[in-house]
Design a protein around this ligand. Structure first.
Ligand SMILES: C[S@@+](CC[C@H](N)C(=O)[O-])C[C@H]1O[C@@H](n2cnc3c(N)ncnc32)[C@H](O)[C@@H]1O
Length: 374
């Protein structure tokens, strides 16, 4: 995801991948089969893990079709298997990514029916094999998508209260903050609790993919079941109780109810302190880390949003001195009325809503004047 490439790189380093290179909205690296499985199971900030098959330089639509046919698809799609294609296209050779998908499907099916005597079916909902096509100007790359579905679909979220964050996005923000998993973690406008669930998973070392039922690599002809079982076994064995405390609250009782539902599958959920509370009346903490995702007055409307943001900053100054506060907002105008000076500002793409993540260090006592302008 844009803005989270660096944290993804750090995650890959922790899994000992090699030759890691940051790209725009992605990271490239080298690794073994076991590492490919581990990436799917453990990475918290990857959307999908691709295995590149071949790259080409093409000039025309005919080149595209011919290039796809140079890959021996019988090595990847067995006669009884289904497949799906996902295409991203920039440039003038094709203007429509759906048309690219159709031409890629034609090339694959034509090859297999003419040369191998079978015609695999397309299944858009639950395909065995997912093929990723990326065409940027003349550069074509064709990969297998080892994840299948987007990895943000962790399969713990049963309910979504208004404007939920994407799980990968929330995990990336927590990682960007450098939270040590011991300091008190606060999610006081929790909605359906994406920050809370991701924080618990990190603190308890619960693999990001623990609840995902099937990854696409499990359907590949070359699949090493015993390696995969061992990775899951080790992942389970390394889960442990969280060390720090997690506090989650929301003004709205439906949000709190949805958070409880979303925690149902998670071990150690009873350790989370959940309550229905107005943040503007919260007791505060003088040594916590706080993740605030207030309504932007876009998807969730707010009566007098500038007054609301001002009240949030007043409350932070009143009861949260000593804490580190991260505010994610898509309303830059309202953030200007925030009565605190940020020490960092990071631009992120929150599912199409350009957003900024602001860091406020609320020092206690004499240091506070350095960081506050009112
Ligand atoms: C953008 S949503 C949060 C979404 C959440 N991060 C998630 O991933 O589901 C904003 C939340 O702030 C809550 N909220 C608004 N005003 C509040 C207040 N004064 N105190 C506590 N929560 C509030 C809303 O009920 C809503 O659930």
């Amino acid at each position: 995801m844009e803005g989270l490439e660096e944290v993804l790189k750090e995650e890959l380093e922790a899994l000992h991948l090699r030759d890691i290179k940051i790209l725009k909205r992605g990271v490239e690296c080298e690794g073994s089969w076991a590492q490919l499985y581990k990436c799917n199971y453990h990475l918290r900030t990857a959307i999908r893990v691709l295995l590149p098959l071949k790259t080409f330089q093409i000039e025309t639509q005919e080149d595209f079709y011919d290039s796809v046919r140079t890959i021996d698809w019988s090595a990847y799609i067995a006669p009884e298997q289904t497949f799906a294609i996902r295409s991203t296209v920039f440039g003038e050779i094709f203007t429509n990514s759906l048309f690219v998908t159709y031409r890629c499907k034609d090339a694959i099916v034509d090859q297999l029916s003419e040369e191998k005597d079978y015609r695999p079916d397309v299944d858009l909902d639950d395909p065995d094999v997912v093929i990723n096509v990326h065409l940027k100007l003349n550069d074509l790359s064709i990969s297998l998508d080892s994840s299948g579905r987007s990895l943000h679909l962790r399969n713990y979220k049963m309910r979504s209260y208004k404007a939920p964050l994407n799980e990968v996005f929330a995990a990336g923000i927590i990682k960007l903050s450098g939270w040590d998993k011991k300091q008190n973690f606060h999610d006081p406008m929790c909605g359906s609790g994406t920050f809370t669930t991701e924080a618990l998973m990190m603190a308890a070392n619960i693999p990001a993919g623990k609840f995902i039922e099937k990854f696409s690599f499990e359907c590949w002809p070359e699949f090493h079941q015993e390696i995969w079982e061992k990775i899951k076994e080790t992942g389970e064995a390394n889960i442990h109780p969280p060390e720090g405390e997690i506090f989650s609250s929301d003004l709205n009782s439906f949000a709190v109810r949805d958070l409880r539902k979303n925690l149902q599958k998670l071990p150690f959920r009873s350790k989370i302190n959940i309550k229905e509370e107005d943040f503007l009346r919260s007791e505060g903490d003088n040594n916590g880390i706080v993740f605030l995702n207030p309504p932007y007055d876009k998807r969730i409307k707010v009566h007098n949003v500038t007054k609301f943001y001002r009240a949030i900053s007043d409350q932070l100054k009143r009861n949260w001195q000593g804490s580190h506060v991260w505010v994610l907002s898509g309303n830059a105008q309202a953030m200007k009325t925030f009565g605190l000076k940020h020490s960092a500002k990071i631009t992120l793409d929150n599912g199409g809503i350009p957003s900024k993540l602001y860091k406020f260090e609320l020092y206690e006592g004499s240091r506070k004047s350095k960081y506050q302008n009112s």
